[in-house]
Design a protein around this ligand. Structure first.
Ligand code: 3HC
Length: 311
């Protein structure tokens, strides 16, 4: 790219302009936005699977209705984000092909199993809680369509998190067996939730450039720290224990010192070797294949209608 154009673009970013689809942008800006927004969309769609598993197993009709509404919201979040990515010149089919071939990523957290009903509480509380930490700053991201999608999505995320925390409250104050299930869910989801913020800043390949272009507003470690600071008191309110013996309040930094997740495990999950990677991708590929007849029917109908119009 021409240095003058790059400098003018950076000046626009620095003064807080929103970049719109038809405006000039560096190729690298377009590419990393397609990468991040499409993977964000894949996360929303794949993220429906762990919770979908419990819609038919919800303990009451009310919980079933709430979970159904949340899973439906995630589908909508995915569609907003695929549409935002399409404004950058990639097609929906290309993005699906990247997901189904294993070349595109989605959030590592969704490769962990949801074994008990308490997991529905932990997922809403911790996974959507982490997603809120990450998505609220993204409302100020420099790319217009992504920023507007985030503003819309954030309005629904707080309901997702509250309903999860309410399940945890109910179980943590229930029978001894329910309390143990809630603690077990926290034990299994705590470190995978910390991994959602991405690798440590020193290992983050995109952070520096993404911060310069205001695609990323805070670093991975900043948001992870913010998440721990907000979530530990919530666990204490539940009477549950965060599974980290090193966790302690550090008055000097006004935040908790805490143990890092197992980054070897994180990179293994990213390579496709997590507990549920094959199952999750298999479910998405099967859904794509099972829907082929419907897509073909729609296309045939649209072609015929176009021929009739062409007369
Ligand atoms: N899972 C999978 N891949 C991850 C990851 C995670 N938790 N964290 C990082 N990565 C990948 C990055 O995509 C990148 O790989 P790539 O070059 O192939 O894309 C690599 O690890 C290096 O990480 P970086 O920190 O350098 O990458 P980024 O600057 O892109 O930061 C991110 C990672 C913070 C996840 C950023 O991409 C982001 O903010 N994405 C948008 C928000 C998002 O995706 N949130 C999580 C899922 S949304 C959700 O949970 C739905 C909710 O409704 C439940």
């Amino acid at each position: 790219d021409d240095p003058g154009m790059l400098a003018a673009f950076q000046a626009r970013i620095d003064r807080g302009d929103k970049i719109e689809p038809k405006e000039w942008m560096p190729e690298g800006y377009r590419k990393t936005l397609i990468r991040q927004i499409s993977q964000h969309a894949h996360s929303e769609i794949v993220g429906q699977l762990p919770e979908g598993n419990w819609i038919t197993r919800a303990p009451t009709l009310q919980r079933k209705a709430i979970l159904l509404a949340k899973v439906q919201d995630e589908a909508g979040h995915g569609l907003y984000l695929y549409s935002a990515a399409e404004t950058l010149g990639i097609s929906r089919d290309e993005m699906f092909e990247q997901l189904h071939s294993g070349r595109a990523k989605y959030s590592s957290i969704f490769n962990y199993p949801t074994l008990t009903w308490a997991d529905m509480g932990a997922v809403g509380w911790l996974v959507d809680g982490a997603a809120i930490m990450n998505q609220v700053p993204l409302q100020r991201t420099s790319y217009g369509p992504y920023s507007r999608a985030m503003i819309r999505i954030c309005k629904e995320e707080s309901f997702h998190q509250r309903q999860g925390y309410h399940i945890m409250m109910k179980m943590a104050r229930g029978t001894e067996a329910q309390r143990e299930m809630a603690q077990d869910a926290l034990d299994r989801f705590w470190y995978p939730a910390l991994m959602m913020f991405g690798p440590s800043d020193k290992d983050s390949v995109h952070s520096q450039q993404s911060m310069a272009w205001k695609i990323k507003i805070n670093t991975n470690d900043e948001l992870r720290q913010r998440f721990v600071n907000e979530t530990v008191p919530q666990a204490e309110f539940l009477g549950l224990t965060v599974p980290d013996p090193e966790l302690r309040w550090n008055p000097d930094k006004e935040g908790y010192d805490f143990s890092q997740p197992d980054w070897d495990e994180f990179f293994e999950v990213l390579k496709g070797n997590g507990p549920c990677n094959r199952e999750r991708l298999g479910a998405r590929v099967r859904a794509w294949e099972d829907g082929a007849w419907f897509r073909e029917g729609l296309t045939a109908y649209a072609d015929k209608a176009a021929q009739r119009r062409a007369g």
